[in-house]
Ligand binder design. Structure first.
Ligand code: ZN
Length: 233
């Protein structure tokens, strides 16, 4: 059985190589991973979404990513950050960092933008079918936040998904173009809750429902932990 899986995986690699296809055949580490590569979208010269009344996407994505990173480490998973400060990292370098981590998954954190200010909600993206369940789990836990809109799980050919060797998901944590979600994104307590739900999805997905230990301070919004990390208003 093991041998036949290995054989089929090898065949798939050979096919990909000779056909010259750009899609990578992901290795299914979704139930074995011990490392999470946490990718804060954008950075440095690349601000990502940038609206007048909202913090730049690169800042809030980094802040949520750092919080997710801390929570995962507290849950005894190994983590690797693609960036831990305001630096520009090319997409291919992010993918390479992830692919260098054996037995890992890749989680990219972003915020969204739309010309239509009324558009709101969370979206989670994946490319490899091996990443679907994790994407769905993240979407589901984010939807437990009060007053949120679930825009669903979608496939996408983003480079950090398409070229990943391991299951890779991209989370859009709300629209900075939407007044209410921009206000939420600017609030450190809210970002703490976003990170908490993302970490919960990852930990419970890996080790089983109910494994994640939520710090008491994150349970309600009003009771959110005071944070030493920057607040953007
Ligand atoms: Zn983005």
């Amino acid at each position: 059985m093991q041998r036949s899986i290995a054989y089929r995986t090898a065949l798939a690699w050979v096919a990909t190589f000779f056909l010259g296809g750009c899609a990578t055949v992901a290795t299914n580490t979704s139930h074995t991973f011990d490392t999470v590569v946490v990718d804060a979208g954008h950075g440095g010269k690349d601000s990502g979404a940038y609206r007048r009344n909202a913090p730049p996407e690169k800042m809030v994505a980094l802040d949520v990513a750092l919080r997710v990173d801390r929570k995962l480490r507290e849950s005894h998973l190994k983590t690797v950050l693609t960036r831990s400060n305001d630096t520009f990292i090319p997409l291919d370098s992010r993918v390479a960092l992830g692919n260098a981590e054996q037995n890992s998954i890749f989680v990219s954190i972003h915020f969204n933008d739309s010309r239509r200010r009324g558009v709101e909600g969370f979206e989670t993206y994946y490319h490899s079918p091996y990443a679907y369940d994790l994407a769905a789990a993240i979407e589901r836990t984010l939807s437990t936040l009060p007053g949120t809109v679930n825009r669903g799980v979608h496939t996408a050919r983003f480079r950090v998904l398409r070229n990943a060797h391991y299951p890779s998901v991209l989370v859009e944590c709300g629209y900075l173009s939407n007044r209410s979600e921009a206000r939420d994104a600017a609030d450190a307590d809210y970002r703490e809750m976003l990170a908490d739900r993302i970490a919960e999805a990852i930990v419970d997905y890996r080790y089983g429902n109910g494994t994640y230990h939520r710090p008491a301070a994150v349970v309600t919004r009003a009771g959110g932990a005071a944070s030493s990390l920057p607040s953007f208003r």
